[in-house]
Design a protein around this ligand. Structure first.
Ligand code: HEC
Length: 122
């Protein structure tokens, strides 16, 4: 009997230790995925997701009037979109965007990233 009590004590101790080590908040998990979503990090283009950023600008020849046009590639803020818009964008076909890469994120991963960008304080 004593052995069983001691054994279960040790086991419960080990188990709780393991849980502590595995503990990571939803926010931290989202932050991790945002920087490393199995592909180029969202932060590389969107920074903290709160502002409009000019990613690139170039000039293009308009063949109709033979004049140069300025083209600006802008990255929109992503903390103001609804989860539905967010999900639609992240699961859209690559042909939908010239710049945004295609990601293969699960529903849970998308929810975590969304939670993260909605809760960034800086
Ligand atoms: C190479 C640069 C780049 C990377 C990396 C990138 N994005 Fe984007 N993203 C853009 C650009 C540019 C747009 C706007 C043009 C478009 O819709 O394609 C955009 C648009 C979006 C939109 C739509 C915003 C709106 O107003 O409709 C969402 C949501 C988004 N990105 C989320 C993400 C997330 C989440 C990641 C990481 C998993 C990510 N992006 C990675 C460049 C990038």
């Amino acid at each position: 009997m004593k052995v069983i009590i001691i054994l279960s004590f040790i086991l419960s101790f080990l188990y709780s230790e393991e849980q502590d080590n595995l503990f990571i908040t939803k926010f931290e998990y989202g932050a991790m995925l945002y920087k490393n979503p199995r592909g180029i990090g969202c932060n590389k283009c969107h920074a903290n997701g709160k502002k409009t950023i000019q990613l690139a600008k170039y000039q293009k020849l308009n063949k109709q009037n033979n004049k140069l046009e300025n083209i600006n590639i802008m990255v929109p803020p992503i903390n103001i979109v609804t989860f539905q818009q967010f999900k639609t964008k992240l699961t859209a076909d690559k042909r939908d965007s010239l710049i945004m890469p295609t990601y293969f994120l699960t529903q849970d991963e998308l929810k975590s990233i969304y939670f993260y960008i909605k809760n960034i304080k800086y």
